[in-house]
Ligand binder design. Sequence first.
Ligand SMILES: [Zn+2]
Length: 323
Amino acid sequence: MKKRYNKTKSLRKRIRALFFCVLILMSSIIITNRYTQSDSEKTKEVQSYSEIKQGNRNENLVNVVYESSSDNNDLVANSKNNNIKRENGGEVVNSVDEDSNSFDCGKIQDFLTKNIRIEDNKKIAFLTFDDGPSTTVTPRILNILKENNVKATFFIVGKQLEEAPEAKNILLETYKQGNAIANHTYSHNYSKLYPHGIVDVNNFMAEVEQNNHILKAVLGENFNTKVIRYPGGHASWKGTEGLDKKLEDKNYKYIDWNALIGDAEGGAKTKDQLIKRYHQTFIGQEKVVLLMHDTYGKQSTAEALPYIIGDLKSKGYEFRTLK
Ligand SMILES: [Zn+2]
């Protein structure tokens, strides 16, 4: 009787031990799973910032997803030799000043805001891309520009370069391809640049210089740009006079736009919606500065671009960059 009782007791013990083992095994599987998941989440960082349209404070939240990135800075390291060759219609040039494809941005801004005509009777299109570079959209835009032998001006936000290291190589590629690189401040942060909607001259200038510093670190000490675009556009803010004066003293020039594709208006847009907006705002201006965005989530901008370039070409426009 006692023997039988002992046997049952030892069987129970074994079952209990087995149950315990299974429990430990299952817990460890769950923990491992969770860890892997949180690790992969770390490769994506979601951030948002708003974009204001020209003269219209209609803020829209844009989700900016930074993809995981490798630390491949080879190209950037090479740029430290300060002698980056740029393509210019087959020619190779050493700096933006030698680039015969670039056009004085001050004259274009005078045309935009003061209606001062440029007497060259030329139809010129300035394609402009803001808020990049992104690792997702900018490479697609660069390919399209290359295929069409067209150069554009890219308004860079320095923060993007620090948050996705491979974006530095994309910036370098953008520059080498003969496009112009311009300054769109370091953070694009409205509450820092324009607290309560009023320009903070010191904060803005500090961000311009900070951004310049980052651009030089990637493109070489010889790189220089004097072209600035106010995040949100010059017309959206109060107290711009003080900053305009400061920029002029430092030989900077700012540029707005006179046509857009609506890729920062409201939520995500389809290619057809962007093309429709382009036709609403491009009404045959002799000099057209077209506002577009190459930041994260703007895939449809890349999809609409071949049509836009084709349309401008068919209407006799040449494509220049801003300096
Ligand atoms: Zn912007």
